[in-house]
Design a binder for this molecule. Structure first.
Ligand code: SAM
Length: 287
């Protein structure tokens, strides 16, 4: 359907279907016609690619994805949007809509079943209430994908794309940096959405690494990262002992062995230091 991201067209469709926005599901639909083509192009919607979209809403971005990619699978939780999508995207034969919570979907299987012979990328304007859990799932599931291109709240973009070792970095930043190279693509103002949210947004792209860095034990690595970042403003000595339940002299020994000064803050640690910390901890457990 043409002009899908014009406010008048959206209002007409929504009122004909008696649709009311759900704040709980993060429903802020794009009404700026220039944004979706840009996300689609930068998100690898092109020949030879299959795209998974999360949260199609009424299909503004989906439409642009279907015009460019070989195949699109869009996962939408709200069943009230299905008849609307049936109307707005009826012309696209390369589209499949899945009515499900993305956090519950076996995405590896979906990729195997739906995208045989295609390279795969993920594109979304994510519901902001679960941005981090969705990004973590997409990364930790180790999906055979090239990139994740998504709109997020501007503060989330700051955090996800922050260089490690800076105040903005959190445990999620470490995971992003471990599995991908993050790029901030462009900002989007709050006026580009209906209803207008109280925050501004930005589009980011996570380019998935072929090989994540080598760590002694990946589960332990993320356990330590999550643990020390919950106490990010404490010294790394206190954070390590407090979050991992070990005595301070033991924590001090591990930090010495990893050559990390005890008085640094967890948020000051860079990837190489976190990897060394995991190695030293793993050695301590095996001693
Ligand atoms: N892509 C549309 C756009 O840009 O206008 C809508 C984006 S809106 C910010 C987020 C969409 O995600 C909504 O359609 C909402 O119903 C859907 N959603 C919310 N939680 C979801 C979940 N757990 N799984 C799949 N979709 C979800």
């Amino acid at each position: 359907m043409d002009n899908l991201s014009t406010p008048a067209v959206i209002k007409d469709i929504l009122s004909r279907h008696g649709f009311t926005f759900s704040k709980r599901l993060g429903q802020n639909f794009l009404i700026n016609p220039s944004v979706c083509p840009k996300i689609a192009e930068l998100g690898r919607a092109e020949s030879g690619f299959g795209i998974i979209e999360i949260g199609p809403g009424i299909g503004v971005l989906t439409n642009e994805l279907c015009l460019r990619a070989d195949k699109v699978v869009a996962i939408e939780l709200d069943p009230r949007l299905l008849p609307i999508l049936g109307e707005t995207l009826s012309e696209h034969k390369n589209l499949k809509i899945v009515n499900a919570d993305v956090l519950e979907v076996d995405l590896k299987k979906l990729i195997e079943d739906e995208f045989s012979g295609l390279r795969v990328a993920i594109c979304a304007n994510l519901p902001y209430y679960i941005t981090s859990p969705i990004v973590m799932k997409l990364l930790e599931d180790r999906l055979p994908i090239v990139s994740i291109t998504t709109m997020v709240q501007r503060e989330a973009a700051d955090r996800l794309c922050a260089p490690l070792g800076t105040r903005e970095a959190g445990a999620v930043t470490v995971a992003v940096d471990y599995f991908s190279e993050a790029e901030r693509l462009f900002n989007v103002s709050r006026g580009s959405f209906m209803p207008q949210p109280n925050v501004d947004s930005a589009v980011i792209r996570l380019n998935i690494r072929e090989e994540p860095p080598k760590v002694a034990d990946e589960k332990l690595f993320f356990k330590i990262v999550r643990g020390i970042f919950t106490l990010r403003r404490k010294t790394v000595l206190n954070a390590l002992s407090g979050s991992m339940g070990i005595e301070k002299p033991e924590a001090a020994k591990i930090l010495d062995s990893a050559e990390i000064p005890q008085n640094l803050r967890p948020e000051q640690l860079k990837m190489q230091e976190l990897i060394s910390l995991c190695g030293a901890y793993d050695k301590f457990l095996k001693e």
